[in-house]
Design a protein around this ligand. Structure first.
Ligand code: ZN
Length: 372
C-alpha cells in the first residue's frame, strides 16, 4: 500500500514535531537491487556487461564511508531501513529524514544508461525505502549527462510529495551556474524542490585544480574548493535573478570556508561588477537568501567560540540545517550537533530552517498530525 501523503497546503508544526535530518544515505546493495526497475533490454545489458557503480567518492571500505559499529558482518552500512530509522530518527530525535542516495549513476559516460539507471534508482528509493517508513523523504537523483532527460525525471517524480529535493554532485562536467542547465532550475522552482549539491565528483576533471591528487584525504578535502566554485558560478551567472524562488542546499561541504570565500567574492565583485551587471547586490546577500548548508561535518573546533564567530561573519542564523550524514563517519558518540554550535541554534537548525528550505515538508507535518 502506498504511504504517499496527499498534495495540499503546508500546515503549522505540531508540538510533537522534532525536526528533520537533512542528509542521510541509503546504500544500494549492488546492481542486482536495481534490476527489477529496468526493462528487459537494460537488465540484460547491465548483467552481461557486469556494470558496477560503487561510488568512487565514497569507497565502501574507507573509514570515512561508515562508522565501524554501524557496519554489518560484511562491512556494509546503510542497507537496512530499520537501522537507519532507529538511529537517525529514534536515537537522534528527528521526525523526518531526507535520503540522499550517492550511487555512481552520475559518473556514467553513456547518457542512455545514466537516464535509465537514475530512473531505476529513484523507483528503488520509493519502493524499498519511502514505502517502508512514512518518516522518510528523498531527493530525486537526476542524470546531468542530459539536461532534457534530467527535467523529464524531475517531472516524472515530482507528483510524489515524498521527493523534496533534486540531487546533484559538487563536481560535475560544467559549473552549475551555466545557462545550459537552467531548464533544471526552472523545473525545480516550479515544483518547490531545492537543488541539493552533495560532496562528490563525476570525475570528469581532477578534483583539485592542480591535477589528480594521490590520496583520498586530498580528494575529500578538495570538495570544499568545488563547492566554492559552484557558489561563484550560480551567483555570477545570474541563476537567482532568473529563478528568485530557487534554494540551493550545500550538503557535506563544511561550513567554515564560507565567510572568507564570500568576502573574497564580494570584494572582487565590487571591482569588476560591470562584467556581471545582473548581479545587482553583494554576493553575500544573495548567498544568505538562496543557499543553505548542512552542518555535518562541521569543519571547526568543538570548543571556544570559533563557530559562533563564523555564524556572525555569515550574518545569518537561517542558513544552517541539521544533518547526521549517517552512515558516514564524521563524529563519535551521539553528539551529532557539534558542541561548537551554540544551543540556541539547535531548534532553528532542526525545525525552523529545514521547514523554510523544503516547502514540501509542510505536507509531511500534516501527515504526522493526522497519525500517518
Ligand atoms: Zn552526506
Amino acid at each position: 500500500m502506498s504511504m504517499e501523503p496527499k498534495l495540499g497546503e503546508p500546515t503549522s508544526v505540531g508540538a510533537n514535531f522534532r525536526g528533520v535530518d537533512c542528509d542521510v544515505h541509503p546504500t544500494v546493495p549492488g546492481m542486482q537491487a536495481l534490476l527489477p526497475y529496468l526493462d528487459a533490454h537494460w537488465r540484460e545489458a547491465v548483467i552481461e556487461r557486469e556494470v558496477n557503480l560503487e561510488s568512487q567518492s565514497y569507497p565502501p571500505n574507507s573509514p570515512l564511508s561508515a562508522r565501524p559499529d554501524w557496519r554489518d558482518k560484511n562491512g556494509r552500512a546503510g542497507l537496512d531501513v530499520k537501522q537507519l530509522c532507529d538511529l537517525t530518527l529514534d536515537r537522534w530525535g528527528s521526525s523526518l529524514a531526507i535520503l540522499n542516495c550517492i550511487y555512481g549513476v552520475q559518473l556514467l559516460m553513456s547518457e542512455d544508461m545514466a537516464v535509465v539507471l537514475c530512473r531505476a534508482l529513484n523507483d528503488w528509493i520509493a519502493k524499498e525505502w519511502l514505502d517502508r517508513d512514512p518518516r522518510l523523504r528523498a531527493s530525486i537523483v537526476v542524470p546531468l549527462q542530459s539536461v532534457e532527460r534530467a527535467v523529464e525525471e524531475i517531472e516524472r517524480r515530482a507528483g510524489d510529495p515524498r521527493f523534496v529535493q533534486v540531487l546533484v554532485l559538487a563536481m560535475g562536467e560544467v559549473p552549475l551556474g551555466r545557462r545550459q542547465l537552467w531548464p533544471i532550475y526552472a523545473a525545480a522552482e516550479r515544483h518547490g524542490l531545492p537543488i541539493g549539491v552533495h560532496a562528490g565528483s563525476a570525475y570528469r576533471h581532477p578534483v583539485t585544480s592542480l591535477g589528480w591528487p594521490s590520496y583520498y584525504i586530498e580528494d575529500y578535502s578538495a570538495q570544499s574548493l568545488g563547492f566554492q566554485s559552484q557558489v561563484a558560478s550560480l551567483i555570477t551567472e545570474g541563476v537567482f535573478q532568473k529563478h528568485p524562488g530557487l534554494k540551493v542546499v550545500l550538503i557535506e561541504s563544511g561550513v567554515t570556508w564560507v565567510p572568507a570565500f564570500l568576502w573574497r567574492l564580494g570584494k572582487f565583485w565590487r571591482g569588476v561588477r560591470s562584467e556581471v551587471p545582473w548581479v545587482n547586490r553583494p554576493p553575500a546577500e544573495i548567498f544568505r537568501d538562496h543557499f543553505r548548508l548542512t552542518a555535518q561535518p562541521i569543519d571547526g573546533p568543538e570548543n571556544g567560540n570559533a563557530i559562533e564567530r563564523v555564524l556572525e561573519h555569515l550574518g545569518s542564523e537561517d542558513v544552517l540545517l541539521y544533518a547526521s550524514d549517517f552512515p558516514h563517519w564524521q563524529f563519535d558518540g551521539d553528539d551529532v550537533i557539534s558542541r561548537g554550535i551554540p544551543e540556541r541554534l539547535h531548534h532553528r537548525m532542526r525545525i525552523d530552517n529545514p521547514l523554510a528550505t523544503y516547502p514540501r515538508l509542510g505536507l509531511t507535518v500534516q501527515a504526522i498530525k493526522a497519525g500517518a
